[in-house]
Design a protein around this ligand. Structure first.
Ligand code: HEC
Ligand code: HEC
Length: 298
């Protein structure tokens, strides 16, 4: 802090302590000091209950002095007087860094051991799973839920259906670099409400939610022209683009006709934020293996 504030804080603190000592000593000398007529303050309750003006007991007084001495000792040992760092050399950042270092010393060898392990083996290693679970709890539950089953717009990580893939490379990229899915708004390209309705029907028939009737069938050529670029001709999706598989029973944004209509009319833009800087490569790998194990267990 600037010199002025350093002196302001330091001088203010010292003056205040001196004032406390003076105040406690001064008030200890007050009271009747043997003069009987000053012994009563003059307050009276319930007729005969009166307040006496006796000095505080000595032990009470000593407690005050002890706290004052304690504060002086504290201010010598620890930072408190302006810029004075205290003779112990303790600091908040120092403590934080020491704790970080202690954690790193403790965990880095474990991380390093896991980092060398084969990915599939890591996904069934008990200690790695425990570590993965705690990393998941700290970084991922806000969006994917504490049970990893997600919510509309936030994928369920336990269902074995993957927008972006389940290999080590794909999962570590998803977690480390993040993902940005772009499903464009295509209502206008389809032309008109009926065409959109038919497409909704067609998509639902791909997913086995309705039987493919004529209305659905009439959208098939349109699907082949517009949608297959990303979702594939058979609608099974494309993990390079995060384009959903439309033929399974998993629906990120819901399977009701309105949900699918909404997706087609307005587009979707699911964003998985990057966590690589936060986690580092070793922890990203442990977490990826943990995520893989979630769907294997299901
Ligand atoms: C701010 C919210 C948010 C947080 C935090 C978040 N995610 Fe995600 N994640 C998403 C969204 C949204 C998607 C879907 C992106 C899309 O639509 O393609 C996603 C997708 C994923 C996928 C791809 C799923 C698939 O089907 O391919 C994985 C794996 C994943 N997240 C793991 C994690 C892990 C592990 C963490 C914790 C380090 C995490 N996420 C934290 C929002 C989040
Ligand atoms: C440019 C590539 C692209 C095109 C073209 C495209 N989509 Fe998509 N679509 C995506 C992506 C990427 C997602 C995933 C969005 C997300 O995760 O936020 C998606 C998601 C969807 C979903 C949501 C699936 C779910 O699980 O909720 C539906 C339905 C869908 N698309 C239908 C269509 C239809 C119908 C067309 C053609 C009219 C189409 N898409 C064209 C890329 C595309």
């Amino acid at each position: 802090m600037p010199a002025f504030w350093h002196w302001f804080v330091a001088a203010g603190t010292i003056l205040f302590i001196i004032w406390c000592v003076w105040l406690v000593s001064w008030s200890a000398k007050q009271g009747p000091q043997g003069k009987a007529d000053e012994a009563l303050v003059g307050h009276k309750w319930d007729g005969d209950l009166e307040e006496w003006n006796n000095p505080a007991p000595k032990w009470w007084l000593y407690l005050y002095f002890i706290t004052v001495f304690w504060s002086v000792g504290y201010l010598i040992a620890y930072p408190g007087l302006g810029n004075f760092k205290g003779v112990l050399g303790w600091s908040q950042t120092g403590q934080y860094e020491a704790e970080q270092q202690a954690a790193a010393d403790r965990f880095e060898p474990i991380y390093a051991r896991f980092a060398e392990m084969d990915f599939a083996a890591l996904a069934s290693e008990a200690d790695a799973q425990k570590l993965g679970a705690s990393l998941y709890a700290s970084y991922c539950t806000t969006c994917h839920g504490s049970d990893a089953r997600g919510a509309p717009g936030y994928p369920n990580l336990t269902d074995g259906a993957w927008l972006w893939g389940e290999t080590e490379q794909q999962l570590t990229t998803t977690i480390g670099m993040g993902r940005n899915a772009i499903m464009p708004a295509l209502g206008a390209s389809l032309g008109g409400d009926d065409a959109v309705d038919n497409m909704v029907n067609y998509v639902r028939s791909l997913g086995g939610l309705v039987a493919a009737d004529d209305a659905a069938g009439s959208a098939q050529p349109m699907f082949a022209t517009i949608c297959s670029v990303c979702h594939g001709t058979d609608g099974t999706g494309n993990q390079m683009l995060g384009a959903a598989n439309l033929t399974d029973e998993v629906w990120l944004y819901g399977s009701e006709p309105e949900d699918i209509r909404n997706t087609i009319m307005n587009g979707r833009n699911g964003v998985m934020p990057p966590h690589g800087d936060l986690l580092g490569a070793n922890r990203t790998k442990i977490l990826a293996a943990y995520i893989l194990s979630l769907s294997a267990a299901d």
